[in-house]
Design a protein around this ligand. Structure first.
Ligand SMILES: [Zn+2]
Length: 688
């Protein structure tokens, strides 16, 4: 199955690129015996070093700190523990696809994406919690992969040679290497990628790999920054050349309508993998969000770097939902808030934003990341994270066996369960929280000059970061109950007095944010930017941020209204009746039926903050996204709309606002989107 003529194939490829001199000047032994391991020091000191982009790659605005530098605390630590105590820490014990029968453990079972998906999130989770049990689970997949690399460099189960699952495994390997410094990883990656460089000209990217090429590009850049092997840039260019052109799709965007089975002619395609289906596929688009910025590192083009803003803008315009997602159930599905979004697309959108935020330094990408992390991500799980949805809806009035309203998904799509509709999300959801935690603090600085290095608070949640700036250890503490409260306290602790810039992301909604440094106010920062504080920092220096937390109204499909406060979106929590559909070994599949009416129209002001919405803060309990323990709730005036009802498990199309109602005015309670497992988020707005 594997090619016999890797060397000649590679030479042919280099000839085609006009790189004959490179091919002939590099001894083949150098190509096949990478010497990368020599650049690594002991894991402990290595973990402190943040790699910047190596020339001739373009500079990034910021650089993610190596995994292990950031530890979540407070409610975020609680959330990771909930994940570890739920399905996230036990999946291999109850689901055959990542059990010892996995092909990625040498078994005869599932041998495609699910093993790599699982450890792509399990690795950062296990090490962030310093949990030996979870580390051992992840280590088995890593060891099998490294111990069974083929002579020609191929990795993974020999039952398939698809590039796509190996793209996921590369993401897992890079994280594992950052955490452990395991000297086997870099040579194994070089050997595999060199094999792929030789193979791609005759066995090009196809199907999922063709549409998800940018996810391999980030691992190739990661490796190039560590080894400097020039052929890795040839591989980067080849991935771009063979990969789907997402920028061109969004430069002239045609997929502005709900994409149906008929439109895709799915019944005529026996495998559903035609380009039309793949280019309108939700998860593919979520992964593609990072394509422009990631490629801009190689191309040096500012147009490529900015392409992400055009992509997000088009997705919002035609498919945007109040939870920060675009609809995809599982193809692009329009703006109706009864449409769903697949959980894989939530975690992949987050991962794309984390990378793109670092590359571009665009504050709006941090706003979107928080919107997804604090709303759409937890909204797809039960409080204990033992069950999840495939599709979640902003207006989710019933979770039951029904076909409406999904474009191409099946009738189990919004059940809470082990593997509703399809098992990809079961394997892939694990990366959401841990990678978000690792993206809270980043390094800023020039590519070739450490003199201007500094720290960036890219997103807000409780954590501690330990890093190193120009040889001085810096311990940064972020204490906050954000997003449930509006204050953030940072304590900067350099080991010795040290001058560097500290940049703080100011969200677009945060006009009026106040910042003090050791009690002294600094000039008001601009929304949608990074406030920059340059000073010589000394141990114990305090920065306090007070965000304005007045409720706001945003407008959506048919001029409906959603209530927001900070990065949280609020929903009316419909009464829930949970009915077990079937046991699934350690967990179960659940339907949820409404036990109260939900057809409210809101009486709110259209513009700016709304004094008529009252705020009620409650104590923290450890389950911040639970309806029964929510640290925050709002009260708002509303009237029922008797004509607005549900059909086949989905709320009927929202009436165009403004609306009138002769029903009595009531006060209703709104809770965070993620806490309401049955919910209305986009409301008709009453005429004032
Ligand atoms: Zn999925």
């Amino acid at each position: 199955m594997l090619p016999k003529f890797v060397r000649s194939t590679r030479r042919q490829f280099l000839n085609r690129l006009g790189a004959v001199s490179l091919a002939s000047s590099l001894p083949l032994g150098r190509l096949f015996t990478p010497s990368a391991t020599r650049v690594f020091a002991a894991p402990q000191s290595f973990a402190m070093h943040t790699f910047k982009n190596r020339m001739p790659l373009a500079s990034s605005a910021f650089y993610p700190l190596p995994l292990g530098s950031i530890r979540p605390t407070g409610w975020l630590l609680d959330q990771l523990k909930i994940q570890a105590n739920g399905l996230g820490g036990h999946l291999d014990e109850t689901w055959a696809d990542v059990s010892p029968s996995s092909g990625w453990l040498g078994g005869m079972g599932e041998s495609w994406e699910r093993g790599p998906y699982f450890i792509d999130g399990l690795i950062p989770l296990a090490w962030m919690l310093d949990d030996a049990r979870l580390k051992a689970k992840a280590q088995r997949f890593i060891d099998w992969t490294l111990d069974h690399q083929a002579e020609n460099g191929m990795i993974g189960p020999s039952s398939n040679n698809d590039w796509w699952p190996r793209i996921v495994m590369l993401k897992a390997l890079t994280q594992y290497q950052e955490l452990t410094g395991d000297p086997r990883v870099i040579p194994a990656m070089e050997k595999y990628l060199h094999h792929q460089l030789g193979e791609l000209p005759t066995r090009p990217l196809r199907d999922w790999g063709k549409f998800r090429w940018q996810d391999e590009l980030i691992s190739v850049v990661w490796l190039y920054n560590r080894t400097g092997s020039p052929w890795l840039l040839d591989l980067a260019r080849l991935l771009h050349a063979q990969g789907y052109n997402w920028q061109s799709q969004y430069a002239d965007f045609h997929y502005t309508q709900r994409i149906t089975r008929d439109y895709l002619k799915l019944e005529e395609n026996d495998n559903g993998l035609k380009d039309l289906a793949l280019s309108t596929h939700g998860v593919n688009n979520a992964q593609a969000i990072k394509a422009g910025p990631a490629w801009s590192l190689v191309s040096g083009s500012s147009v490529d770097r900015a392409a992400i803003l055009q992509m997000i803008s088009e997705l919002d315009k035609y498919h945007g939902l109040p939870n920060g997602m675009f609809s995809c159930d599982e193809h692009l599905a329009g703006r109706d808030p009864s449409q769903g979004s697949e959980l894989c697309s939530v975690v992949e959108y987050m991962f794309s934003l984390e990378h793109a935020l670092a590359i571009t330094g665009d504050a709006s990408l941090g706003d979107r990341l928080e919107r997804l992390a604090f709303n759409a991500l937890p909204g797809a799980f039960t409080d204990d994270m033992w069950a999840h949805q495939y599709n979640q809806e902003p207006n989710q009035v019933e979770c039951s066996l029904h076909q409406k309203p999904w474009t191409t998904d099946g009738p189990e799509s919004n059940l809470y369960g082990l593997e509703p509709n399809f098992g990809c999300c079961t394997a892939n959801f694990h990366q959401g929280w841990p990678k978000f935690a690792n993206s809270l603090i980043m390094l800023s600085g020039d590519q070739n000059n450490d003199a201007h290095d500094g720290l960036v608070v890219a997103a807000y949640a409780p954590c501690e970061a330990r890093t190193n700036i120009r040889g001085t250890n810096v311990y940064l503490i972020q204490e906050t109950s954000y997003p449930f409260r509006g204050t953030v306290r940072l304590t900067v602790n350099p080991a010795a007095p040290l001058a560097f810039p500290l940049q703080l992301r100011i969200p677009a909604w945060a006009a009026g944010t106040a910042i003090t440094v050791n009690g002294q106010s600094i000039p008001a920062p601009s929304p949608s930017s990074f406030a920059r504080i340059e000073r010589t920092w000394r141990e114990g220096d305090r920065v306090e941020i007070a965000f304005p937390m007045a409720p706001r109204i945003s407008h959506w499909f048919h001029d409906s209204a959603a209530v927001e406060r900070g990065p949280l979106v609020f929903s009316y929590g419909i009464g829930e009746s949970w009915v077990k559909l079937r046991d699934r070994d350690m967990t179960a599949d659940w339907q949820v039926f409404p036990s109260s009416q939900w057809n409210y129209a809101l009486k709110v002001n259209t513009n700016a903050s709304d004094d008529a919405i009252s705020i009620h803060e409650h104590e923290f309990s450890g389950q911040v996204f639970s309806a029964s323990h929510s640290p925050i709730e709002l009260e708002v005036r509303a009237r029922k709309l008797i004509d607005w009802c549900a059909e086949d498990g989905a709320a009927n199309t929202l009436p165009q606002s403004p609306v009138v109602s002769d029903q009595p005015e009531e006060t209703i309670r709104l809770i965070p989107y993620a806490a309401a497992k049955l919910r209305v988020t986009a409301f008709p707005q009453l005429k004032t």
